[in-house]
Design a protein. Structure first.
Length: 381
């Protein structure tokens, strides 16, 4: 008598997804189990363990439907808040006066209610309704505020120091510089904008064209999430010449040490490292761990910060992965995401006909390509 077949977790996930497709076609449980070559009890147990549903699945589904309308309302409010925050100036709004002006603007431009506008800006409604002292006759600095506003209108590029200098030397008024600074900020006048420099990694090799296999491997990250809202981080790497996918890491988070360990395995699997690896300036890519790993092994070429078009091959692959896989699936758990994304990358290598490869698959093109680095592109046998 033959023993019972033991399915791996990946096989179970694939069969459960196939079962969902069969159920969508109108087949009943016994027919689905027969086609999957398992018993109905086994299929039920699989769904209980891997499908993300417990024994009270029907009850939970009913509760989810009841929550759906509430979530839609919350989502609508959240979208309104995001639209409101886009209308507000960038950066944190710290002073109550600035927040009051932001609330007034949102009420006028987006027609938001006072409650929602105050919530978006982060201002208590009682604070918004309270008349600020600067708007009352009791304000002892009302005349100075008016002078600063007039000066700021005539000299929009000047800061509070230039205004204090004009008060001191042109108006011959003795006033403390710190007081001018405080009133200047409260009136929302011109302030210095700090633009921190973006960190940029130091490339170890000059730019190289991917004119042959194993010359340039492009590496990048993208993100998704499971149904419970937890993040899923995906690392991908392709050979820019053959378009073949080389790396698949799907985790909640990917540290630089984990990336180095997986790159080491990938280099060994594909017969050694490439001449150069192209990547952006993410924290994992400019880390000391990756720099030390690549020393005397593979050159690193960093694209300029904020220029993803300079790493266009991996961006194109990520775009296809997003549209054809991530946007068309929802993940009940991390294992399911690993299996499906891994299958997509395998299909990309062996079934996707790439127009720039004369409609060969990346695996077919790599098998026919001369593995040599020349100043011109390699030839097809």
């Amino acid at each position: 008598m033959a023993g019972r077949k033991k399915h791996s977790a990946e096989e179970i996930v694939r069969k459960l997804r196939h079962a969902d497709e069969l159920a969508a076609q109108g087949k009943i449980g016994e027919e689905i189990a027969a086609e999957l070559e398992v018993s109905a009890a086994t299929l039920y147990n699989w769904r209980h363990q891997y499908g993300g549903m417990d024994t009270d699945a029907a009850k939970e589904l009913k509760e989810l439907r009841e929550q759906n309308s509430r979530l839609k309302r919350l989502l609508a409010d959240a979208e309104l808040e995001k639209d409101a925050l886009r209308e507000v100036a960038k950066g944190k709004i710290l002073s109550p006066a600035a927040k009051r002006r932001a609330v007034d603007m949102l009420k006028e431009s987006l027609k938001l209610s006072e409650r929602l506008a105050c919530k978006a800006v982060g201002l208590n409604r009682s604070t918004y309704r309270r008349t600020p002292i600067a708007a009352t006759p009791a304000d002892p600095d009302a005349e100075l505020r008016g002078w600063l506003r007039t000066y700021g209108t005539k000299n929009p590029m000047h800061g509070f120091r230039r205004a204090w200098a004009a008060l001191r030397h042109d108006e011959h008024r003795v006033v403390n510089k710190k007081k001018v600074h405080r009133l200047w900020k409260e009136e929302g006048l011109q302030r210095r904008i700090h633009s921190p420099r973006k960190r940029a990694g130091q490339s170890s090799v000059p730019q190289v064209d991917a004119d042959a296999p194993k010359v340039v491997w492009a590496l990048d990250f993208q993100f998704d999430s499971t149904v419970d809202g937890k993040a899923v981080k995906i690392a991908s790497m392709i050979d820019e010449h053959t378009r073949i996918s080389l790396l698949n890491i799907v985790e909640r988070s990917i540290t630089a040490d984990r990336l180095v360990a997986e790159l080491d395995k990938t280099f060994a699997m594909w017969g050694g490292p490439p001449r150069m690896s192209r990547m952006d300036n993410g924290p994992e890519f400019i880390s000391h761990a990756l720099q030390q790993f690549c020393t005397d092994k593979v050159g690193i070429s960093y694209i300029p910060p904020g220029t993803p078009w300079n790493n266009g091959h991996i961006e194109s692959f990520n775009n296809r992965l997003r549209k054809e896989c991530l946007n068309r699936n929802h993940w009940t758990n991390l294992l399911e995401a690993r299996v499906v994304i891994g299958d997509f990358k395998d299909d990309h290598n062996h079934r996707h006909r790439h127009s720039s490869l004369n409609y060969l698959t990346p695996a077919e093109y790599a098998a026919r390509c001369i593995h040599a680095h020349h100043s011109v592109g390699c030839e097809i046998d």
